[in-house]
Ligand binder design. Structure first.
Ligand code: IMP
Length: 437
C-alpha cells in the first residue's frame, strides 16, 4: 500500500492513482510525450495514461472554466478523461476571486506578491471564512444561489472601492480612456448573480461524471496494495506557513499537507520525494539569495526556457541554494531527490552551490533563517565545483554522464543528506536517468 508524496514538481510513473492535494491553476507544467507537448494546470499529468486514476483532491481550488478547458483539450488530442475524479469537497475559484486577485495585485502602494492572478488567495480566504463554494454545490441550484449571494455580498463593496481607486490611478497616469471603462458603481457583468448561477449549474452538469468521494477512492487504492502518488504543486519555499511569507502561495505545498488535502492519514505515507532543478528559479516577488543578474542567469533563463507555464513571466534564475534545499529536505522529511534540467548547466563553466549565508552583520548562517528580514539581506557563500561541457540530453544512464556532472549531484546529495535518485536531462519523458545511490 505505498503512499508516496512528491513535492516541488510533477512526475508519476509506477503509480495507479495520482492525487493532487493543494493549489490550483496557479501551477503549470509541460509534459512532452513522443514529441507532443501538453500543458497542465489542474489535471495531474498521469491522465496521459488511461490506466491511471487521476484525482483532484479536496485541498485543491478548482476554477471550473479552466478544468473544463483542460478536459476539452485532452479530448481534442484523443486522450480519454474517464479516469479523472474531482473531490466533491474541493473549493471553486469563482469569477470574483479572479477579479479580487487581479485588483489586489494592481493596487499601487500595496505590497505586490506577484501572484498568478488566478484567484487562488481569495478562494482560499473564502474557504477559511466559510464563504466558499464547493464542487458539490454545483449540483444543487438552490444552495448554489444562496451561497454565491452570501459570498458576493461582502465583496461588492471591496470590488467597487478597488475599481474607483484603479480609475483614479489611471487618470493620474494620464490613461483617461482606460479609466472611463465601466463607471463607478456600475455592477461588473461578471458579477451578475443570475448569470453566474446559471453558468455554474451548467458547469456542474458537465463535471458531474467526475465528481466523487475522492478520500474513499484513495483509501480503497491504498488498501488494495496499489501505489498512490500525492502530487504537490508549487514548492516548499512558497508554503503559506513555512515559506518566505508573505511572498508565498495561499496553500501548503509541503508533504505534510498531502494528508489534509487528499483525506488520508500520516501513516498512509511511506515515502516522500522532492523535485528540484539543478539550479534555482523563482517567479514573482520575494527573497532569492542566489539570484543571478548576469550572463549566466540569462543563459539559464534561455536554455532552460524559464518562462512560467501559467503566466509566461520570466522566471528569476540563480545558483543552486543548498541551504534552502536542506531546509526543504527536512521540512518534508524527504527520502530522495529528483534533480531536473541538469542539461541546462552544460557549458556554463565552473558551477556554484550556496552552502551558507552571511547576514548583513557578518554572522554565518548555516540554516535557513526563520526571520524574513535576515533572509532578505543575507548574502550566499558558495562552493565552486568544475562544470561540464558535454550535451547531456542523450544521456540515459549514470555512466553516460561526465564525471563533473556526477560530482555535482554527489555534492548536492552529501550536503542535504538524501540521495539523488533521478536526474532529468531534457523535457521528454525518456530523458531521465535513474541513479542507484
Ligand atoms: P498565487 O499562488 O497565484 O497566489 O501566487 C503567489 C506566489 O506564488 C507568486 O510569487 C507566484 O509567482 C508563486 N507561484 C504560484 N504558483 C506557482 C507555481 O506553480 N510555480 C512557481 N511559482 C508559483
Amino acid at each position: 500500500m505505498p503512499g508516496v508524496v512528491i513535492v516541488g514538481a510533477q512526475w508519476g510513473e509506477r503509480a495507479t492513482t495520482i492525487v493532487r492535494f493543494q493549489g490550483g491553476n496557479n501551477a503549470g507544467h509541460t509534459i512532452v510525450r513522443d514529441g507532443e507537448e501538453f500543458k497542465f494546470h489542474l489535471i495531474p499529468s498521469g491522465i496521459l495514461h488511461e490506466d491511471k486514476t487521476c484525482v483532484i483532491g479536496n485541498g485543491v481550488v478548482v476554477d471550473p472554466r479552466v478544468l473544463l478547458g483542460e478536459i476539452d483539450n485532452l479530448k481534442r488530442a484523443g486522450i480519454g478523461v474517464n479516469n479523472l475524479r474531482l473531490s466533491a469537497n474541493a473549493h471553486l475559484i469563482m469569477p470574483y476571486h479572479v477579479l479580487l486577485d487581479t485588483a489586489g495585485e494592481t493596487k499601487l502602494g500595496k505590497l505586490s506578491i506577484g501572484t498568478t492572478r488566478r484567484g487562488i488567495g481569495p478562494c482560499y480566504a473564502d474557504k477559511a471564512l466559510r464563504l466558499g463554494i464547493r464542487v458539490q454545490d454545483l449540483l444543487d441550484e438552490k444552495i448554489l444561489r444562496t451561497k454565491i449571494r452570501a459570498a458576493l455580498e461582502p465583496k461588492q463593496q471591496a470590488l467597487r472601492e478597488l475599481s474607483v481607486q484603479r480609475r483614479k490611478q489611471l487618470k493620474e497616469a494620464g490613461e483617461e480612456a482606460k479609466a472611463a471603462e465601466g463607471g463607478a458603481g456600475v455592477p461588473d457583468p461578471r458579477l451578475d448573480l443570475h448569470a453566474m448561477v446559471e453558468e455554474h449549474v451548467n458547469f456542474g452538469h458537465r463535471l458531474e461524471p467526475h465528481i466523487a468521494d475522492t478520500a474513499r477512492l484513495c483509501w480503497d487504492a491504498l488498501e488494495g496494495e496499489e501505489t498512490v502518488i500525492f502530487e504537490g504543486a508549487q514548492a516548499t519555499l512558497l508554503d503559506l506557513d513555512h515559506g518566505t511569507y508573505p511572498f508565498v502561495t495561499s496553500s501548503n505545498p509541503i508533504a505534510g499537507a498531502a494528508c489534509v488535502g487528499a483525506g488520508v492519514g500520516p501513516k498512509d505515507i511511506d515515502e516522500v520525494w522532492g523535485i528540484a532543478k539543478a539550479y534555482a528559479t523563482r517567479v514573482g516577488a520575494g527573497p532569492f539569495p542566489t539570484e543571478l543578474f548576469d550572463d549566466i542567469g540569462e543563459q539559464m533563463l534561455q536554455r532552460g526556457h524559464e518562462f512560467g507555464t501559467t503566466t509566461g513571466r520570466r522566471r528569476r534564475c540563480g545558483w543552486m541554494d543548498l541551504v534552502a534545499l536542506r531546509y526543504a529536505v527536512r521540512l518534508n522529511r524527504m527520502d530522495a531527490l529528483a534533480i531536473t534540467k541538469l542539461d541546462v548547466l552544460s557549458g556554463i563553466g565552473p558551477l556554484r552551490l550556496a552552502v551558507r549565508y552571511r547576514s548583513k552583520e557578518g554572522a554565518v548562517l548555516d540554516t535557513f533563517p526563520y526571520h524574513q528580514s535576515i533572509l532578505h539581506s543575507a548574502t550566499p557563500e558558495y562552493e565552486e565545483v568544475p562544470g561540464f561541457d558535454l550535451d547531456l540530453t542523450s544521456c540515459r544512464q549514470a555512466s553516460d554522464l561526465p564525471q563533473e556532472a556526477r560530482d555535482y549531484l554527489a555534492f548536492i546529495a552529501d550536503f542535504v543528506g538524501v540521495p539523488v535518485r533521478l536526474v532529468g536531462v531534457g523535457p521528454d519523458r525518456e530523458q531521465v536517468i535513474w541513479l542507484d545511490s
